[in-house]
Write a protein that binds this ligand. Structure first.
Ligand code: C2E
Ligand code: CA
Ligand code: CA
Length: 687
């Protein structure tokens, strides 16, 4: 009846002493019982004894689990027959049968050897203790002299036998479990239920006695109430399981985690053992769900749960908090060990997960809080691990241990997110425009719209600070909608002024799933009577690493409208040349990292030259961004770069300044040439 393996047989403790006493006394009695039964004359074994023994073994195969905290073997139905044997034929056959049954049941479920030894031993001792009561009242049946007629008055000492049997059984198990911290609380919680079940089973034993004495052939009828009792208990058990487990992954749920945390805190209070709590969140899970469907999302969660379980120790407690959020309690470990386990969890996901032929790369962020440093109650510890997870995600560090600093960061970020929502409502976002200039004749190829947030207190909040936040929080579609609307409005205003100014709008990877963006742009252009050719979308090269099919489909739909696509930040995203060739884009933008390094480093200049040549081979114009000096401008010109953008040409400007700037310089005749030749070649390949 033991479930914990956290006590050592080599050191002295209450638990180990109880174990040794139970095993030594129990097994000695067993050997003695075996001898007594084996040497008894065969004529003593009548059909009643045989039937009782058979039913006992049958029932042993229906173990009954009782609630949280107890032996997975729980109350055993066969106890009714063990007790009946004790009452009719005395202690030896009862011990032989209880030992055989206990060993068989334990081996069947593959228990560890020391649990098998203990269980058989403690059941034997419990039965023998019951027999002591019979000795005291002078009732000493045996195989030779079975119990005579069973009378009403016998009930009083029989009850005492039950109580003693139950008390010894419970006491021995409690003794061994005293090392596992949760036992006491679990026992108190379930005591009433457990006791009631045990006595319900024991109460059947006089019936077994009477039937065995007078009508042994009727004995199997007793299986009916016992099996019914078994089913009822199973049902309540599976209901309890449902209430504490997550149906999808089979892991504990939030409720069960809270119980486990309580146990961990109790064990900390008693033995001072520190422990860690992880809150784990998958990165980009929403994208998987949205783009590949909930079914794949569910499968992914199941696989992640498996890997989580495999990368922690058997004593650690893994739970699913809901959605793509998990938690792990790492028991009895200091910070360095806790962090090592967090590292193992992340490593376990280095290998992509294969689902229906798709290889999915999963990354997760882990927030760590440690008892007692970061909290000594469940709510605080969970909240702090949550905050740390949030910071791990924001900083892309992957793993973060809670600190007061974390709190500040996350409060800042949460505050910012709230204000960003407000800013969207209040129309506090505006666009600045930065020209792209042709190196051929210095005419304007177009302008790039860059979002600006005028914050009432913080002043100007740069997009790098709130775009990633918006992408992660799911308000990105609203933000993009606002930016696209503002850009189209400005384009329409320029048209009214007789200027045809192509505008490039930045879109996030999260915008490139589904039809939303395409629909928004199509209707926006239509309402304002704008030609689609005037609009360009800049997508970062990093998107190319994502789901090729979905991205290609969205980009192709946009291009079919007439919108052109620019591949932004080129050189930082490791896109393969194969992928690049099939990607429906019309322009490459060389990342400013290379441009700014170009003048100092021949390697960087070499990369820029190679990218320009690559663009031309693919039939695309190359635009260099971040051009800050005349020297860079000239170098790019000499390398054959088609366009430049940067402070040397112009900084991003509010719309009125941008209007003046463009008016003074004019717009190129064919600002955004389409990549027709290459596109049709790749479309042919795709067919
Ligand atoms: P990006 O698309 O690479 O935009 C270019 C950034 O470089 C802009 O920063 C621009 O102000 C800055 N820049 C321009 N010329 C120079 C130069 O000569 N030297 C240097 N050092 N920097 C220069 P900004 O406006 O802060 O935007 C940062 C990033 O935020 C953008 O990078 C873009 O990825 C994102 N972003 C901006 N607006 C939007 C938007 O409306 N939607 C989305 N999804 N992302 C946006
Ligand atoms: Ca851009
Ligand atoms: Ca860029």
């Amino acid at each position: 009846m033991i479930r914990r393996s956290d006590f050592s047989l080599r050191t002295f403790s209450v638990a180990s002493s109880v174990w040794y006493v139970s095993v030594v006394v129990g097994w000695s009695l067993m050997i003695l019982a075996g001898y007594e039964v084996a040497t008894a004359s065969v004529s003593r074994f009548g059909p009643a004894l045989a039937m009782t023994a058979v039913l006992l073994l049958v029932l042993e195969l229906l173990p009954l689990v009782q609630g949280r905290g107890h032996d997975p073997q729980g109350v055993v139905m066969s106890t009714a027959f063990v007790c009946a044997m004790l009452l009719i034929w005395g202690v030896w056959p009862a011990i032989v049968m209880v030992a055989i049954a206990a060993i068989a049941a334990d081996l069947r479920v593959g228990k560890q050897w020391w649990k098998v030894l203990f269980n058989a031993g403690q059941y034997t001792v419990s039965v023998a203790s019951g027999y002591l009561v019979m000795l005291l009242v002078g009732v000493t049946p045996s195989l030779e002299h079975p119990l005579g007629t069973f009378r009403l008055g016998d009930l009083s000492w029989v009850c005492v036998v039950w109580v003693v049997y139950f008390a010894v059984n419970l006491g021995l198990v409690a003794g061994v479990l005293s090392s596992g911290g949760s036992f006491r609380s679990a026992l108190v919680d379930d005591f009433a239920n457990y006791t009631a079940m045990t006595f319900a089973v024991l109460a059947l034993s006089p019936l077994v006695v009477v039937m065995a004495q007078h009508a042994w052939a009727f004995l199997p009828l007793l299986l009916i109430p016992l099996v019914l009792l078994y089913n009822t208990a199973q049902m309540s058990l599976s209901r309890e399981h449902e209430a504490t487990h997550d149906a999808l992954t089979g892991l504990s749920n939030r409720t069960a985690l809270q119980f486990a945390l309580l146990d961990a805190f109790n064990s900390y209070a008693r033995d001072g053992k520190p422990f860690g709590l992880f809150v784990i969140d998958l990165d980009d899970f929403k994208r998987v769900n949205d783009s590949l469907g909930h079914q794949i999302g569910d499968h992914l969660l199941v696989r992640v749960a498996e890997r989580l379980r495999m990368s922690v120790r058997p004593t650690d407690h893994v739970a699913r908090l809901g959605g793509d959020e998990f938690a792990v309690i790492v028991l009895d470990a200091h910070e360095s060990e806790v962090r090592a386990i967090a590292g193992r969890i992340r490593e376990s996901l280095v290998e992509p997960i294969e689902l229906r032929g798709l290889m999915l790369d999963v990354e997760l962020s882990i927030g760590i809080a440690i008892c007692p440093d970061h909290g000594t109650d469940g709510d605080t510890l969970l909240r702090h691990a949550d905050v740390a997870m949030y910071v791990a995600k924001e900083s892309r560090a992957g793993i973060e241990t809670y600190s007061a600093e974390c709190d500040r960061n996350s409060i800042d970020q949460l505050g910012l997110l709230g204000e960003l929502r407000q800013a969207l409502d209040d129309h506090a976002l505006e666009l600045h425009y930065q020209p792209k200039q042709s190196t051929r004749d210095c005419s304007t190829l177009g302008v790039e719209a860059l979002v600006r947030w005028r914050h009432p207190q913080r002043g100007f909040v740069p997009p790098d600070e709130f775009i990633p936040l918006a992408e992660r929080s799911g308000i990105m579609p609203l933000l993009t909608e606002r930016v696209v609307t503002l850009a189209l409005d400005q384009m329409a205003r320029w048209r009214e002024l007789g200027m045809t100014v192509p505008v490039a709008v930045n879109v996030s990877p999260t915008d490139l799933v589904g039809h939303r963006l395409t629909d928004l742009i199509a209707s926006g252009l239509r309402h304002r009577g704008l030609p689609a050719e005037l609009l360009q979308l800049e997508i970062t090269e990093r998107i190319v690493a994502g789901d090729a099919e979905e991205t290609n489909a969205v980009l192709s739909r946009l291009r079919a409208l007439g919108v052109s696509i620019s591949l932004d930040d080129f050189g930082t995203g490791y896109s393969s040349l194969v992928r690049l060739q099939s990607l429906p884009v019309d322009e490459l933008k060389i990342d400013r990292i290379f441009v700014s390094a170009m003048a100092r480093s021949p390697e960087a200049a070499g990369i820029v030259r190679a990218v320009i040549d690559l663009a031309h081979v693919l039939g695309l114009p190359a635009i260099a961004e971040g051009v800050e000096t005349e020297e860079e401008w000239q170098l790019l010109y000499s390398l054959g770069c088609d366009g430049v953008q940067g402070w040397h040409v112009a900084k991003p400007m509010p719309h009125d300044q941008a209007t003046e700037w463009v008016r003074a310089r004019g717009v190129a005749a064919h600002p955004y040439p389409r990549r027709e030749a290459v596109a049709s070649a790749s479309e042919q390949r795709a067919m």
